[in-house]
Design a binder for this molecule. Structure first.
Ligand SMILES: [Zn+2]
Length: 250
C-alpha cells in the first residue's frame, strides 16, 4: 500500500507543477498584450502632438499671409494719399492706414507667439519620438523575454507530462480512475496527508481508531469528511515526496 501511496503523492505533485506551469504560460499572452497597449498609448500621444504641431504650422502660415495682405492694403492706401484733395478724406485715409498698421501689428505678434509654440512643440515631439523609440525597443525585448519564458515552460511541461505518463502507468487503472475523479471534484487535490489525526486539506479530525489504521498503512483509506485519499503525513517515507508550497508571487 505504501508504494501505491508514494506514486499517488508523486502524481499529485506532478499535477500541481503542471497546473502552476499552465497558469504561468497562460499569463504570457495577456502580458504581451499589456506591453503592446502601453506602446500603442504612447504612439497615440505622440500622434496627437504631431497633429497639434501641424495645426499650429498651418495657423502660422495663415497668419503670415494675413500680415502680407494687410501690408499690401496699407501700401495701396498710402499710394492713394497723394491723389486725395479733401482734408476730410485725407484724415479718413490716414485713419484707415493707422487701423491697418495696428491690425498688422497684432497679426505679427500672433505669428511670433505661434512661432514660439511651434518651437516648443517641436522640441516636445522630438523628445517623445526618442522616448517612443526607446519604449519600442524595450517592448520588443520584454516580449522576447516572455516568449523565451513560455518556451522554457513548454520544455518543463513536456518533461512533467512525460513523468505524469510514467507515474500513471505505475498505478493500477482502478486507482488511477479514482484519483482522477477525486482530482476533478476536489479542486485538483485528490490525496491528503493526515497529521496528528487531522486531515491537512479539509482540516477535520479523523476518528482515533481510523487514524491508528492509517498509521499501520495496510489499506487504502479516505478522509471521512472530504473523501480524499489519505496517508499518514508523519511517515518519513512520504515526507520527502511533497514539495513545499512555493511562496506566493507578488
Ligand atoms: Zn479531509
Amino acid at each position: 500500500m505504501q508504494e501505491k501511496i508514494k506514486v499517488l503523492i508523486q502524481l499529485q505533485e506532478c499535477d500541481k507543477k503542471i497546473e502552476t506551469i499552465l497558469e504561468k504560460k497562460n499569463q504570457g499572452p495577456s502580458r504581451i498584450k499589456a506591453l503592446q497597449e502601453r506602446l500603442k498609448e504612447f504612439e497615440g500621444n505622440l500622434q496627437e502632438k504631431r497633429d497639434q504641431l501641424d495645426r499650429l504650422k498651418k495657423e502660422r502660415r495663415d497668419t503670415e499671409r494675413e500680415v502680407e495682405d494687410l501690408e499690401q492694403r496699407k501700401k495701396k492706401s498710402q499710394a492713394k494719399l497723394s491723389s486725395i484733395s479733401s482734408n476730410k478724406e485725407y484724415r479718413a485715409a490716414l485713419k484707415e492706414i493707422d487701423e491697418l498698421e495696428r491690425e498688422k501689428g497684432l497679426m505679427e505678434e500672433k505669428a511670433l507667439e505661434l512661432m514660439e509654440s511651434i518651437e516648443e512643440l517641436e522640441r516636445a515631439c522630438k523628445e517623445a519620438e526618442s522616448e517612443y523609440k526607446k519604449l519600442k525597443a524595450e517592448t520588443k525585448k520584454e516580449e522576447e523575454a516572455i516568449l523565451r519564458e513560455i518556451n522554457a515552460l513548454d520544455k518543463e511541461l513536456a518533461q512533467l507530462q512525460e513523468e505524469h505518463h510514467r507515474l500513471s502507468q505505475e498505478i493500477d487503472q482502478g486507482l488511477l480512475t479514482h484519483y482522477n475523479r477525486l482530482k476533478g471534484r476536489k479542486g485538483g487535490l485528490a490525496i491528503s496527508p493526515v497529521i496528528k489525526g487531522v486531515c491537512q486539506t479539509c482540516h477535520m479530525g479523523i476518528p482515533p481508531q481510523k487514524f491508528n489504521e492509517l498509521i499501520r498503512g495496510d489499506d487504502l483509506m479516505s478522509c471521512p469528511n472530504c473523501n480524499r485519499i489519505i496517508y499518514w503525513g508523519d511517515n518519513e517515507q512520504f515526507k520527502d515526496l511533497v514539495n513545499p508550497q512555493p511562496p506566493e508571487e507578488c
